[in-house]
Design a protein around this ligand. Structure first.
Ligand code: GLN
Length: 186
């Protein structure tokens, strides 16, 4: 399976290592000409404002948005989730806008900037979730909620898109990436 990983900024290497461990071929998408036929797309964590700006400047936003809208299975973590969101409650920008959710950036404040919590993930069970200056999903409309923490939605699926507020690529637990590969296979 060939997976494109957005690699303009942020934590893309960890996704690459995990997906290679699962037998995938990974293409780092750094510029428009890197965009080729892929079976799945990963949007990593990092800084959404920087990633969004680079996507526009590098003319990658529209081609990738079209691919997502055409059904390309997409796994987005943290800043990636912000890029997918239809609305950001505390930011005027919209980037791909393909996922019908409202997210709040940096939703856990300064003190809780980074934390780990074990919570149940749909069809997987308990999963150690690492949050780093994470958003949370305020309004999930017609999506399937995959995980919540203290009543806050932290993971959703909408058709071909999985959006996570946390970082499943950190650590050795590959089950969420495996779930993503299953989504591609189906
Ligand atoms: N705080 C970052 C943002 O708003 C996201 C952090 C992350 O991806 N770990 O874009």
């Amino acid at each position: 399976m060939k997976i494109g990983i957005l690699a303009v900024q942020g934590a893309f290497i960890e996704h690459k290592m995990m997906l290679e461990k699962l037998g995938c071929e990974c293409i780092e998408l750094r510029k428009k000409s890197d965009i080729c036929h892929i079976d799945g797309l990963v949007l990593p964590g990092g800084e959404s404002t920087v990633q969004g700006k680079l996507l526009k400047e590098l003319d990658m936003l529209t081609p990738l948005k079209d691919m997502i809208n055409n059904g390309l299975p997409t796994l987005a973590t943290c800043a990636g989730l912000i890029l997918l969101a239809e609305q950001i409650s505390n930011d005027e920008n919209v980037y791909f806008g393909t996922l019908p959710v409202t997210v709040e950036r940096n939703a856990y404040g300064r003190q809780l900037g980074s934390f780990q919590k074990k919570a149940s993930f749909k069809d997987i069970g308990d999963f150690d979730m690492t949050f780093i200056r994470a958003p949370y999903i305020k309004d999930a409309k017609n999506t399937t909620v995959l995980a919540t923490i203290d009543g806050r939605t932290v993971a959703v699926q909408y058709k071909n898109q999985i959006g996570l507020a946390f970082h499943p690529e950190l650590g050795n637990d590959t089950r969420i990436h495996e779930k993503f590969l299953q989504l591609i296979q189906n």
